[in-house]
Ligand binder design. Structure first.
Ligand code: AQP
Length: 333
């Protein structure tokens, strides 16, 4: 029977240890999507080198990130799981798309502005063309849908513009992807600066909780989380960002509504909120950590999963690239 499921593409950078933001905002939804869509999930290690990385650490983290995908419940039987740099077509399409992207379009990307401010000593052209590589990742696999957080919407808009431009110039080649906003989306904020999104490359390790953090580390980081001096537990992300973030983490881990979550803490203080949030985070992460430890010690299994995923991804990528090279006149037929 022909596969009529819509195709989803998404990726995570191995640019640090994955956080509960990556889990609650992305990976948890990826697991749900596997039954209804044809899912392609990628460790986007080529994106990671837009910021300086230690080669040995990057190599290790790429494998660890794949092991986390598996430990969270992403199944190699249901989805295609692969590592970006293993498929050279990403770079091939990236170049073609760079030649179809205007400077002004790339200059408008807010993530470039943010990241160049954070890495002022290394504002490289890869950082500038990062969204074009991301567009190439998506278009290469002819994805119908891309699960995105609010911060990535601008990149999907660019992908759609590049797709439409290419199709209009060279004839129908790529599927026009749509952003997919998951039903339960959680944006987890930094524990130290709760106006900012929690990020795995934050220089302050107290700002994020890693998926693999030990229980005592989780308790300690949550105890240090920034709150306010109001002393009353209420959800008000604009004015009470710290407390609201703790409530969001609680709601996301327990699956409770925000109203119910606020009720659960009626009459309690911040100390008790932090302890309870630590308990639910530890409960959420413990089974993932156990599964991760099992998978990471079975290198043979991990290599097999990656090899198989690379093979399936490569078949799709090669098909698209043959078409693209023919359309732009880079083949010799
Ligand atoms: N704090 C977050 N809350 C909700 N979702 C999040 N995601 C990341 N952080 C949060 C989601 O995870 C996916 C992959 O993200 P990524 O690691 O490839 O890049 P990022 O979004 O730039 O995440 P970081 O942690 O901030 O990475 P660095 O610091 O390396 O740039 C995306 O779906 C994202 O929405």
């Amino acid at each position: 029977m022909e596969n009529t499921k819509k195709r989803i593409f998404s990726g995570i950078q191995p640019s640090g240890n994955l956080t509960i933001g990556n889990y609650l905002g992305a990976l948890r939804n990826w697991v749900q999507l596997q039954d209804d869509y044809e899912c392609i999930y990628c460790v986007v290690n080529m994106h990671a080198i837009t910021v300086r990385q230690d080669p040995a650490v990057l190599r290790r983290r790429s494998l660890e990130t794949m092991a986390i995908f598996l430990a969270c419940g992403i199944s190699p039987e249901k989805s295609i799981l692969f590592i970006q740099s293993h498929i050279p077509e990403h770079t091939m399409l990236n170049w073609v798309m760079c030649c179809n992207t205007y400077m002004g379009e790339a200059q408008r990307m807010t993530q470039f502005k943010d990241k160049s401010a954070r890495h002022a000593d290394n504002i490289n052209t890869g950082l500038f063309t990062y969204p074009v590589l991301m567009a190439s990742d998506i278009l290469l696999y002819q994805a119908d849908l891309v699960p995105v957080g609010a911060d990535q919407k601008q990149h999907i808009e660019l992908t759609r513009d590049l797709c439409t431009r290419f199709n209009n110039t060279y004839g129908e080649t790529f599927v026009l992807p749509e952003p997919y906003i998951p039903k339960i989306g959680a944006r987890i904020m930094s524990l130290q600066e709760p106006q900012k999104t929690m990020s795995k490359s934050d220089p302050n390790p107290n700002a994020f909780i890693c998926i693999l953090d030990e229980p005592d580390v989780i308790v300690r980081k949550l105890k240090r989380a920034v709150t306010d001096s109001e002393g009353v537990i209420a959800y008000d992300p604009d004015n009470r960002a710290g407390v609201s973030n703790l409530l969001s983490i609680y709601a996301a881990c327990t699956g409770k509504s925000m109203d119910q979550s606020v009720k659960d803490f009626e009459g309690q203080g911040y100390g008790s909120l932090k302890n309870t949030v630590a308990d639910v985070v530890v409960d959420t992460l413990s089974p993932i950590q156990a599964e991760y430890n099992r998978i990471i010690s079975d290198k043979e299994y991990l290599s097999k999963v990656i090899e198989e995923g690379d093979r399936k991804a490569s078949a799709i990528a090669q098909r698209t690239m043959r078409k693209v090279y023919h359309k732009v006149g880079l083949d010799s037929k």
